[in-house]
Design a protein around this ligand. Structure first.
Ligand code: BTN
Length: 330
């Protein structure tokens, strides 16, 4: 374990610790402690320094705990998990999972990080990923299906995340096509699915999920769209990040296997149940144009059905952005 991670662990209780105490536990000088603490800003951690009291984190942290996460998994999900790797900091869990797969990790490999330095969203966006605050996780799975058969997978992953959230007492969350997880028009989480392989299969798939759990204010200010976190939805109550991570992993591992067996049909009814745009006037931004219409849900492959002045058109998820033209859904 690096000195930085040890120092974060010491501070994770949210209490004051003197530079002297921290230095003596780590076996370094007070100046070295101060230097490390200053570098934490880059991780999105806010350290307060108060004369005569010492240093503390603005808020206590619940660090990732593999045993706690796995304790939530059913026997079936445990069988589907080949490895769970916890990372302190990484560029992107999706990239890390892709590298792991290229180096021989087995299908069912999962990584979860405390912090991403280059977290990636859809359409080339950055996913703001401060240390210890939210969930950033990726699952690698090999599918014996063609690219075409995987068309609805990213929507199915959205369904899996919503199911996980519904195992808590939170309510009001829904899906915006293809897979944005929203609450009252604000983004709670997102899904990034990346495929490699032969068009006819098999395909190596990395499924990345980001879920805002307890976004610090400073980090939240960097997000370019309306957002929300689990803590806000829970009315300020803190919900265990490890428990939530376990719930998400449970639904993802089993959901990906279900998808291989049932295809998107097995998820469509749930997706429609949580569709936030159904019946609303929407704007669809394609690469070269914008189209307007009324959202009619999705077809059996997960493509969006749009009523454009009486004619129904279908659109596949890809580099497409959907906006709902009223202020209840972003
Ligand atoms: C979106 O733009 O809605 C998708 C966001 C996906 C973010 C997650 S966080 C874990 C995984 N690693 C990444 O770099 N991105 C995904």
């Amino acid at each position: 374990m690096s000195q930085d991670v040890k120092l974060i662990q010491l501070l994770s209780d949210g209490r004051f610790h003197s530079g002297e105490e921290l230095g003596s536990i780590l076996g370094v000088s007070r100046a070295a402690v101060w230097k490390m603490l200053r570098s934490f800003a880059a991780l999105g951690l806010c350290v307060q320094a108060v004369p005569a009291k010492g240093y503390r984190l603005q808020e206590p942290l619940e660090l990732l705990d593999g045993a706690l996460i796995q304790s939530v998994l059913s026997p079936r999900a445990k069988r589907l998990l080949s490895e769970l790797e916890l990372l302190s900091t990484v560029d992107s869990t999706n990239r890390h999972a892709q590298r792991a797969a290229a180096q021989g990790a087995k299908s069912g490999y999962v990584c979860i990080a405390e912090h991403q330095s280059a977290g990636r969203g859809r359409r080339g966006r950055t996913w703001i990923s401060p240390f210890g605050a939210n969930l950033y996780l990726s699952v690698y799975r090999r599918f014996h299906l063609s690219f075409a058969a995987l068309a609805g997978l990213s929507l199915a992953v959205g369904v899996a995340v919503l199911k996980a959230l519904h195992h808590t007492d939170l309510s009001g969350m829904g899906l915006k096509w293809p897979n944005d997880i929203l609450w009252e028009g604000r983004k709670l989480g997102g899904v990034l699915v990346e495929l490699t392989g032969e068009a006819s299969g098999p395909c190596d798939v990395v499924v990345g999920v980001g879920l805002n759990v307890r976004m610090p204010k400073g980090a939240g200010e960097e997000i370019e769209q309306p957002w929300v976190d689990v803590r806000t939805i829970a009315g300020g109550r803190s919900i265990s990040r490890n428990h939530l991570g376990g719930l998400v992993l449970q639904e993802l591992l089993t959901g990906l296997e279900d998808f291989e067996q049932l295809g998107f049909e097995g998820f469509r009814a749930d997706w429609l149940r949580w569709d936030l745009a159904k019946g609303k006037e929407v704007e669809l931004r394609l690469n070269d144009k914008v189209v307007y219409g009324r959202a009619l849900g999705i077809d059996s492959s997960g493509a969006l059905l749009l009523d454009e002045r009486g004619t129904v058109h279908t659109y596949n998820a890809g580099e497409v952005t959907l906006r709902v033209r009223d202020d209840t859904v972003a």
